[in-house]
Ligand binder design. Structure first.
Ligand SMILES: *Cc1c(COP(=O)(O)O)cnc(C)c1O
Length: 405
């Protein structure tokens, strides 16, 4: 399928190019030392991902440890409460550790093991990436340092405890807004000092090449499974698919299975409290081109051109940019990036819990909320949502801020 001169039959061969570019986005804007370290990771990845041993080990881990494939569920009661459109969910909440993140973490740490690294370094926002990294590190017997903003540490206490129980060191970051962006900076700095022994495992499809590509590839299992499962259940493809976009890893993997299909694709960003700078984290909707954290993409900037302060009710979505592939698909028009606010998200959170018996992560509730809104206007058809994670981690926050509705 061709779309604005990009041939999606051969898309994965051509994007990213050998320097990590999706069109003008991506690349690696880092120091020479770090560039060398990244080149080493890229080379190892290209060698290892063709090795039968690596592929079969990853496949076995996914099946026997992670519990894949995760199912697709038909959300029948939610759908009928909205009209005739049928909504389905790909259940990444049922992936081990409760979110899609373990899909790329197991891949990244398996790669680290093949490269002979002793330690993995990571940053975390909601704590989900930290927990997934700590889990993967425990599984493979590697050391694990997780950098986390002080604000997120308070908001996500259960995940902090989980990481510690799994044997990881949680390192508090007290710079700036004390959330995800500062944690990324701190993790980068630590990695630059110790790249011989360690590997930096980025939590999303962001950062310098090869991470946007590698994380997407590891996450593509979600899209491949979902497409097959949906076809088996219904005999056709969904009319539309929806995923929430923070850095964009769950969306990138999910979308990758459908890019070459006649399916409308929607990425949902958090509108938070509104359109004013600092009240949302909708980088693709309101941002402009720029470089941060080692890659060129679309980002939210302040007057000085620095990454802007961002807000989302979901810790995992409050990042001032998104992966370069999303910026590319945005400009191309292949994916529609739109927004949903806090109120609709919390309504969707309770709707899914009450009508389907599924408590979603607040991140994932953004995608559910958007699908619910679409269902009301579409009239007929089907929507497949990527339910990126479960909401256990958000219980205290919801009770404290919204009560029981
Ligand atoms: C981290 C997280 C996200 C956001 O990250 P992406 O890289 O945009 O996928 C979404 N949902 C859940 C459950 C998460 O833990």
């Amino acid at each position: 399928m061709k779309f604005n001169n990009v041939d999606f039959d051969t898309y994965f061969k051509n994007y990213p190019d050998k320097d990590g570019y999706f069109g003008k986005y991506g690349g690696s804007y880092i120091s020479e030392d770090l560039k060398k370290a990244m080149d080493e990771i890229t080379e190892a990845y290209f060698t290892i991902c063709k090795s039968g041993k690596f592929i079969s080990e990853l496949r076995r881990i996914r099946k026997e440890f992670q519990g894949r494939p995760t199912p697709v569920s038909h959300l029948e009661r939610l759908s009928s409460s909205l009209g005739n459109v049928q909504i389905y969910a790909k259940r990444e909440d049922l992936n081990h550790t409760g979110a899609h993140k373990l899909n790329h973490c197991m891949g990244e740490v398996l790669l680290a093991k093949y490269m002979g690294k002793k330690k993995v370094i990571a940053e975390t926002g909601a704590g989900q990436h930290g927990v997934a990294m700590a889990t993967a590190a425990a599984y493979f017997g590697l050391e694990c340092d997780v950098y986390m903003g002080a604000v997120d540490i308070k908001k996500q206490a259960p995940n902090v405890a989980r990481m510690k129980i799994l044997g990881a060191n949680v390192i508090e970051v007290t710079d700036g807004l004390q959330t995800l962006k500062e944690a990324v900076d701190a993790a980068f700095t630590a990695y630059a000092k110790d790249y011989k022994n360690s590997i930096y495992c980025i939590g999303s499809v962001v950062g310098p090449h090869p991470f946007p590509m590698m994380v997407r590839d590891f996450q593509s299992v979600v899209g491949i499974e979902a497409r097959e499962q949906f076809k088996e259940m219904t005999g056709e493809l969904p009319d539309a698919i929806v995923a929430c976009v923070g850095g964009g890893s769950n969306a990138a993997g999910f979308f990758s299975g459908f890019l070459n299909d006649p399916v409308d694709i929607y990425g949902v960003e958090p509108l938070g409290r509104g359109t004013a700078m600092g009240d949302h984290a909708a980088s693709l909707k309101y941002g402009t081109e720029g470089v941060m954290h080692g890659f060129n993409s679309i980002m939210l900037k302040d007057e000085k051109g620095e990454p802007a302060p961002v807000y989302s009710v979901a810790s995992g979505l409050d990042y001032p940019s998104s992966g370069p592939e999303h910026a590319f698909l945005h400009d191309l028009g292949r994916v529609t990036y739109d927004v949903i606010g806090d109120e609709d998200t919390i309504d969707a959170f309770f709707a899914l819990a009450r009508m389907e018996g599924i408590i979603p992560a607040i991140e994932s509730a953004h995608a559910i909320a958007y699908a619910m809104k679409m269902a009301k206007t579409m009239g007929k058809g089907s929507i497949l949502v990527n339910l990126s994670g479960r909401g256990d981690k958000d219980m205290d926050f919801i009770i404290e801020n919204y009560g029981i509705r």
